[in-house]
Design a protein around this ligand. Structure first.
Ligand SMILES: Cc1cc2nc3c(=O)[nH]c(=O)nc-3n(C[C@H](O)[C@H](O)[C@H](O)COP(=O)(O)O)c2cc1C
Length: 215
């Protein structure tokens, strides 16, 4: 059965743009049939702890003798790993917070980017997630158009592309919505139409992508 892991990390329970787009993706996915199942995890409502021990960055067999890990922390990490490894497709809602990831999403990444488990290390050459699809939905208040002065300021999408794409070997698609603050910031008033068009396009593209993505 094709299975989707859907993560949201927006701290806005009222009008989150990224949640609107991930919801459209889930709708498109579920429209494919009852066998297209979903696990949704809200990282804002149920935040992962900060990584409690650096030893969790390593598979148990790769830890040093001194790296004895709290069993409760290891069990918590295993929940996140099991959910990720069970997913044929990963969907990540990733708003830009201070040009970077929400801390809840970063904490999740720190739990699942594990050498010798999800990432090859030494004689462990397996990449269990390689070839699977990942979709990043990134909302941002301003604009970071390619070629513009601010294009290099985005530290939200690039680290996710490195972890999911380069390290895990997943095939990564990125959906961005820009100018989400246009409705709120008077100086951005003339950008409202463009912001609304980008939001509509992002929702439509997410739904369409969900309907055709291979699993
Ligand atoms: C804590 C915080 C930090 C933010 N930092 C930035 C930023 O660095 N650049 C930017 O363009 N927008 C920034 N914003 C605006 C959000 O990126 C924007 O509101 C976006 O739509 C949030 O996603 P959401 O609508 O899914 O909650 C920030 C918002 C918050 C709450």
């Amino acid at each position: 059965m094709p299975h989707l892991l859907h993560l949201d990390s927006s701290a806005d329970p009222r009008s989150s743009a990224s949640r609107g787009v991930t919801a459209a993706f889930v709708q498109g996915w579920q429209a494919r049939g009852a066998e297209f199942t979903v696990t949704s995890r809200d990282l804002q409502a149920d935040p992962p702890p900060h990584l409690p021990d650096a030893a969790l960055h390593w598979a148990p067999r790769l830890r040093t003798a001194e790296e004895v890990v709290d069993p409760a922390a290891e069990a918590q990490q295993q929940v996140y790993l099991d959910e990720l490894l069970a997913a044929d497709v990963l969907l990540v809602g990733a708003p830009m917070y201070n040009w970077s990831l929400p801390s809840t999403l970063k904490a999740w990444v720190d739990h699942v980017h594990v050498l010798g488990v999800t990432v090859p290390f030494g004689d462990f050459e397996a990449r269990p997630l390689a070839g699977r699809n990942a979709v990043i939905v990134s909302s941002r208040g301003a604009s970071y158009d390619a070629g513009g002065e601010q294009a290099s300021w985005d530290h939200t999408v690039p680290p996710l592309e490195l972890v999911l794409g380069r390290s895990f070997g997943m095939t990564v698609s990125v959906i961005t919505l820009q100018l989400t603050l246009a409705d709120r910031v008077p100086a951005m008033a003339d950008l409202r139409d463009r912001a609304a068009a980008e939001a509509d396009a992002a929702r439509s593209f997410a739904q369409e992508l969900a309907e055709r993505l291979t699993t």
